[in-house]
Write a protein that binds this ligand. Structure first.
Ligand code: NAD
Length: 256
């Protein structure tokens, strides 16, 4: 029970395929008290159904559109009433206009650039700042990233640049929050078939190529990402901050 007596907020469950849901299930297995934030009515309905199926009894849910500061503030205020001390946060949120995820990066629109950065990178900074107030016993915040933040991945375009910003934010936040014993880390997951991933043009080909070349010759699962989140959020990773762990069946080591 590595996470017993730990209150952990999971942000970003849209449905049963969401990486955040795979993470939440692992956190529960390892004893955490998991609380959730959701965005929109459809996600809420899906989440309620999943929570009932997986017997997450009495899980606390708060609505949070991460593009609106007042909603983030209210969500953490509400959360603080039922969970006075927070020990962990998992940010599994990203979004881009679909038309930006195809063709040339050079054609990215100003709007598209701003939106992708706002939702996929800045929001992590914003939620960490509110989480800090509830992490009075120290804690750990984890962001989800992808190799497209380090290297060019065809069609990933603006999301890759937003992920680079997210990954740099992980390092700067680790520096800021270290004094409070709050660790900030990222998981770089391999491609997984989710709602967000479907938006990337040619995702089917990307998966095929990945399965062929990755050292483990298969896709990674939501559960495997979840197990790494358990490690990062637990005392096993007490000396780890500012880190980006690749959970991608080894794909990132390839040079071809
Ligand atoms: P997903 O579609 O299941 O999750 C994305 C989540 O972002 C959804 O729950 C959605 O409601 C939320 N979201 C979007 N706009 C929001 C807003 N304004 N406010 C609050 N929430 C908002 O897809 P996923 O693949 O599970 O994505 C989760 C994270 O994992 C993302 O950061 C994604 O970039 C990252 N990731 C995904 C893959 C992959 O191949 N699926 C690989 C590596 C990293």
């Amino acid at each position: 029970m590595l996470l017993q007596n730990k209150n952990i907020l999971v942000m970003g469950v849209a449905n049963k395929w969401s990486i955040a849901w795979g993470v939440a299930k692992q956190l529960k297995i390892f004893g955490a008290n998991v609380v959730f934030s959701y965005y929109g009515e459809t996600s809420l309905k899906n989440l309620e159904k999943l929570l009932a199926e997986e017997k997450f009894e009495g899980a606390h849910l708060v609505e949070c559109n991460v593009t609106v500061d007042s909603e983030i503030e209210q969500a953490f205020e509400k959360l603080g009433k039922s969970v006075p001390v927070l020990h962990g946060l998992v940010h599994s949120i990203a979004h881009s206009k679909k038309e930006e995820l195809a063709g040339r990066y050079a054609d990215t629109s100003r709007d598209g650039f701003q939106l992708a950065h706002d939702i996929s990178a800045y929001s992590f900074v914003a939620v960490c700042k509110y989480a800090e107030k509830l992490m009075t016993e120290g804690g750990c915040c984890v962001a989800m990233t992808y190799l497209g933040g380090e290297r060019v991945v065809k069609n990933y375009n603006i999301m890759g640049v937003a992920k680079a910003s997210l990954e740099a934010s992980v390092k700067y936040l680790a520096h800021d929050f270290g004094a409070q014993n709050i660790r900030i880390n990222a998981i770089s997951a391999g491609p997984i078939r989710t709602l967000a991933a479907k938006g990337v043009s040619g995702f089917g080909d990307l998966i095929k190529n990945f399965e062929e070349k990755a050292p483990l010759h298969r896709l990674v699962t939501q559960e495997e990402v979840g197990k790494t989140a358990v490690y990062l959020l637990s005392d096993l990773a007490s000396g780890v901050t500012g880190e980006n762990i690749h959970v991608d069946c080894g794909y990132h080591v390839l040079g071809y």
